[in-house]
Ligand binder design. Structure first.
Ligand SMILES: [Fe+2]
Length: 407
């Protein structure tokens, strides 16, 4: 029996998953991978800059990202047991993702509602000549696990953080307040930073603090107005992977259909501080057209709960240009198509507001960033009831909404 087991292990199924969705599966001997290990001595400095982190989970796919300090060829090995057995590499336009330090692999054709184990690998590229690529050592992570979504899930729960503003310790302190309550993912509702400077800031102030959970539970992210600022703001987008690689997106988990919008900057595009480098007016208009399409979908209409999360709240806030444009473009659609719950940040003053004459839905704003006004929002829903609980950073409950489904 033992020999048989080992002989099965001597082959890995190689799966090449293209970004376009095409998947090619072949078998390669494990020894083909092992033969590279004799180059490990060439450069002992090759190292991971982050643990792997999970993004954009669905019932049959998940995206795994990780950073390395040197250029590499990268892949993931995964399987339903700790023996792994399947290899996946990102491939686009016939080329495998190679010579990268920001490594992304989307696993596809997974089974729904299934636990998978995975490990990431990076093979250093010492020299990339047209006809001769010289590889260095291979490094690998520990083995982690994740669950694909259950398309028939009866429940979903998640945590919301917002307005951390370059205070990395806040991630752990706030998530710790959840104690051991289960959750499916963490949503980062903007302004994790003051402004974007460089990769080190993204690692130290986002990816490392999230590594508390993100090798096994995904985080999803939407920019706040502060993430649009600074010399590295255009690069920030490379470090996470939302659904369809978009900054505004939807997802359905269990009884909840969620819409995420990117609210852009707070001031007018023509404000001198932007120096003529932004066009958020058109971007919000584009999202409004997209938003209405999402709200006409069957998935939105039939979902027991319809939730919107975005950074700048269109009420209970200031009257800056970003706020009033979000109200004009998005707020009118929220009313027309009747959302159930709205969750934002931005004001640095937490609040929970019952439906009123401005908004027919429950309206929540998380606090932060200073100690004493930070919040952890916990949302949990089944097909009948959605509970939203807000905790302050001492762990005290400061608000609770219980919504019954309307459909
Ligand atoms: Fe903000």
């Amino acid at each position: 029996m033992k020999e048989e087991k080992n002989s099965r292990r001597s082959f890995l199924t190689k799966t090449i998953a293209g970004i376009s969705g095409s998947v090619i599966a072949t078998s390669i001997p494990l020894s083909a991978l092992a033969s590279n290990t004799n180059t490990e001595v060439l450069d002992a400095k090759h190292d991971f800059l982050t643990k792997p982190y999970l993004q954009a989970p669905t019932s049959d796919s998940i995206t795994i990202m990780w950073l390395t300090n040197l250029l590499c060829l990268n892949w993931v090995e995964y399987g339903e047991t700790e023996k792994l057995g399947t290899k996946a590499q990102q491939c686009a336009h016939g080329m495998m993702n190679t010579n990268s330090k920001i490594n992304t692999v989307t696993l596809k054709n997974l089974k729904p509602d299934t636990k998978y184990f995975y490990k990431v690998f990076s093979k250093q590229i010492l020299d990339f000549q047209p006809y001769k690529i010289t590889f260095g050592n291979i490094i690998s992570s520990e083995t982690y696990q994740f669950n694909t979504l259950d398309p028939k899930a009866k429940e979903v729960s998640w945590l919301v953080l917002n307005d951390i503003h370059d205070r990395p310790e806040s991630f752990g302190e706030l998530i710790h307040l959840n104690q051991n309550e289960p959750y499916d993912f963490v949503f980062l509702n903007g302004d994790m930073f003051d402004y974007q400077t460089d990769e080190k800031q993204i690692i130290d102030h986002l990816l490392h603090p999230c590594s508390l959970f993100s090798a096994e539970k995904p985080f999803m992210f939407v920019r706040g107005n502060h993430e649009t600022r600074g010399k590295f703001s255009r690069n920030l987008l490379d470090y996470y992977y939302n659904y369809n690689k978009k900054e505004y997106y939807t997802f359905q988990m269990g009884p909840v259909f969620t819409i995420v919008l990117d609210t852009g900057e707070d001031k007018k595009d023509s404000h001198p501080v932007y120096g003529g480098t932004v066009n958020y007016d058109s971007y919000r208009e584009e999202q409004a057209v997209w938003l209405e399409k999402q709200m006409k979908s069957k998935a939105f209409k039939n979902a027991p709960f319809r939730v919107v999360m975005m950074h700048i709240p269109h009420y209970h806030s200031d009257e800056e240009h970003g706020t009033t444009e979000c109200r004009r473009l998005f707020g009118t659609l929220f009313e027309k198509y009747k959302i159930d719950l709205f969750v934002a940040g931005h004001t640095h003053e937490y609040g929970m507001f019952e439906p009123n004459t401005d908004h027919s839905y429950h309206f929540v704003i998380g606090g932060g960033p200073e100690t004493g006004i930070r919040t952890l929002i916990r949302i949990k829903a089944n097909s009948k009831v959605l509970n939203l609980q807000m905790l302050n950073d001492s762990g005290k409950e400061i608000g609770l909404f219980t919504l019954n489904t309307k459909r």
